[in-house]
Design a binder for this molecule. Sequence first.
Ligand SMILES: [Zn+2]
Length: 491
Amino acid sequence: MKFFRKILVVAALACVCVLGVGCAEKGAGDASANLSRYTIDAVFDDAAKTLTAVQSVEYVNNYDVELNDLYFHLYPAAYREGARFTPFNEGDAAGAFPNGKSYGGIEIKSVKVNGTAQTPEIGGQDEDILIVKFADCLMPTSRTTVEIEYAVKIPEARHRLGHYDGVVNLGNFYPVACVYENGEFKSDPYYSNGDPFYSQAANYDVSITAPIKYTAAMSGLSIVTDTKDTRKSSAMLLAARDFAVVLGEFKQKTTTADGAGVYYYYRDDVSPDVSLGIAAAALKTFNSMFGKYPYATLSVVQTPFLNSGMEYPGLVYVSDRESGEFYRDVIVHETAHQWWYGVVGNNQVENAWLDETLAEYSATLFYEANPDYGVDYGSRIADALTAYALFCDFFEENSDTSMNRRLPDFKTPHEYAMMTYTKGQVMMDSLRKTIGDGAFFAALKKYYDDNYLKIAAPDNLIGCFESAAKRDLSQFFATWIDGKVVTFNKY
Ligand SMILES: [Zn+2]
């Protein structure tokens, strides 16, 4: 996600404001062979603002343990009235609900395992986990089919899931399997800080039927079938860790970048070619800097959104509240997330800094590599350092400057943004100066290659830098990542 950096720079002490169809050229097709497959057939009722869906998951047990059950996140449950964990904190309510509070939710109507019905069991910390029991345990590498029927109520909200001003954001709208780790399914609720999502790469085949006025921007290129009143949009995306859709009456611009189709869906942009161009330029730059983007399309969608932007595989949100240089900055940051979060995944609850630091610093690298955009590398780093220094000064006595915290352990969204984006940028600049450009960029390429469509942990990233630099960097990273003391003399 992208928060409101301009506010941090201008007034650092203020509150944070926040495939083609089928496989790709490199890797995604090959990597998709043994992944679970989600087939979702959904219908959007525009009057009721509900989505009813039949979802079939051919689930592959890719763990080395037998599974007796399977947990699914029900992220839309966080939008319901009475939820203990809500997608945004109270301070953001006015921005999220311009027309007053609105609730959503998800109702699980039926569950079948290999064709046998079972009573839906809802659990988790906040009635936000669907628990599916297996009659016989699922052995490693074995598959089973779970069919789920559900209805999602979409709140009137400018959020990942929400409708507002004629646009319908369908982010995190469907039951997605929890990651199994250390003997349990990771079933964290929808924390308001950061992007509290964690999932394995899977194959997706998604169809959505909506009134014909809507264009569906989808993760993957949509194929459209129209009737008199409705439009069915279908898309496949292989080896992706999530899938999102945005419905709207959009204008479109299209180009290509290194063979990938780049699509820009917008309603109000006086220079759409510039917006499209920077997305294409970012895709090309990161292809050559880190490794090839695996999907055949990238869709950039201008949409009502509380924060500045949001990343999904093959599709990013850019808030229609942004404009000018910062709007383009959001496009670059969210595009960078295709590499960091999308292809190289990480537990965004435990190690949010991993993808946010890399996405934000990658945006700085983009401007350094593309000087025509007139954004100076040194100025961005200097701005980050100034903002971070002011934050630490202001909260002198109580500063916790550790970056590697669980999302709920950040006291405020401001502190979260400072540690994962801003301090992270300064850290990466310091690291690059410490080990030199050769080792620095070789390490990023190795990190991308080694963790391609997998889940990385901080030690994977640190190991790549140590390997490339041929030196122990544990103390360097410990100081930056875990350091709770403000140590400006080190900069
Ligand atoms: Zn981000």
